[in-house]
Design a protein around this ligand. Structure first.
Ligand SMILES: [Ca+2]
Ligand SMILES: [Ca+2]
Ligand SMILES: [Ca+2]
Ligand SMILES: [Ca+2]
Length: 352
């Protein structure tokens, strides 16, 4: 027993040495390579060593086709209505033991489950696929390359692929567009061209390089079809603004500021209230334009106040000077109105 243990230990150490000398491909020995194993037999005749004899065996390693496509990250891609070139990111990995081309298709769906416990409710437009040419993991317009396939992807290597699309206007918060990226293995063929479709060897093992599909089922593909797919989605986050316009009589020529009435010569204060709903995205560059009717005259001495507040829906006499009056119109811009925020623009006019 002790002798056997020592022997096993010696064999294991030798095996490790051999393994370390061979490049460690997760996908295994390269397809098409020849494995030759030669046996040598030494013998003696009459106690004298003779010339050794032996035999060799060779066979061709067959091709195991396998691949994965995976969403990069674990969350949906947040987009704004009207956003162009919105990006979802995937990784395509060749886990075959051969260099292959991979045809790429980005498909939309109509309804049904999205990728992140949500439901598809709209389609994006202008869907395109780019490969991460500069390998920085980010989509760079003008640098990353528009593709329909990955060319000559070596065994055990992967590429980052971007699905880039435009988001329509007039969508509400929570709208979802799911996209599925499918990669299908193809013969490598020549560089810079897409190889022909793979054909799995259906009959008995041949002396040449046979092909075996080893892939599993992805989001929309089947097991052992030389394809794999993964899903991601776009989810809309937009502002939900409510605009309210109020007026209050500040004074009139008869009553002054005590119970003033809206008679000619009275001064009115107009207030425009901009409110953004909870759970919304921040609205920016909120530009307000208010053309006054000819029956009132803008009070230039009072000015315009922006970014004011309200109390129970009534405008407070606050805010900071801003905005402008030109060509009969009051205008002003609120830099941003975040979710649950309310901001105002105030100005005064007299009744003609
Ligand atoms: Ca859709
Ligand atoms: Ca890039
Ligand atoms: Ca090719
Ligand atoms: Ca598959």
């Amino acid at each position: 027993m002790i002798t056997n243990s020592r022997l096993l230990g010696t064999v294991s150490a030798a095996a490790l040495t051999v393994l370390a000398a061979i490049p460690a491909y997760a996908s295994g020995t390269a397809a098409g390579s020849t494995i030759t194993n030669t046996v040598t037999v030494n013998y003696q005749v009459g106690g004298v060593s003779q010339t050794a004899t032996g035999a060799a065996n060779s066979f061709t390693v067959d091709r195991k086709v396998n691949l994965t496509v995976a969403e990069v990250g674990t969350t949906t891609t947040q987009v704004s209505p009207g956003q162009t070139s919105a990006v979802t990111t995937f990784t395509v990995t060749n886990t075959s033991n051969a260099t292959l081309d991979f045809a790429l298709v980005a498909a939309q769906q109509s309804g049904g489950a999205g990728a992140h416990s949500n439901t598809d409710t709209f389609d994006v437009s202008n869907v395109k696929i780019y490969v991460d040419t500069n390998s920085n993991g980010s989509y760079d317009a003008g640098t990353d390359t528009l593709v329909t396939y990955l060319d000559e992807l070596a065994a055990d290597t992967s590429k980052t692929v971007f699905v880039v699309a435009d988001v329509p206007l007039s969508l509400t918060t929570g709208a979802v567009a799911a996209v599925t990226l499918t990669a299908t293995g193809r013969e490598g063929g020549a560089a810079t061209s897409l190889g022909i479709a793979l054909v799995e060897t259906t009959g008995a093992n041949t002396a040449g390089m046979d092909t075996v599909y080893a892939d599993t089922a992805g989001a929309t593909d089947a097991a052992r079809d030389a394809a794999f797919s993964a899903k991601d989605d776009y989810t809309v986050l937009t502002a939900a603004l409510t605009i309210t316009k109020t007026s209050v009589v500040i004074s009139d020529p008869i009553n002054g500021s005590t119970n003033p009435k809206a008679i000619p010569g009275a001064t009115l204060e107009y207030c425009i209230i901009v409110a953004n709903a909870a759970g919304s995205g921040t609205a920016t560059n909120v530009a307000i334009a208010d053309t006054l009717p000819g029956t009132v005259t803008y009070s230039s001495g009072y000015g315009i106040f922006i970014n004011g507040t309200t109390t129970t829906g009534v405008c407070n006499f606050d805010g900071s000077a801003g905005g402008a009056f030109a060509a009969g119109a009051v205008s002003g811009t609120l830099a941003s109105v975040a979710a649950t925020e309310t901001k105002t623009l105030r100005f005064r006019a007299t009744i003609n």
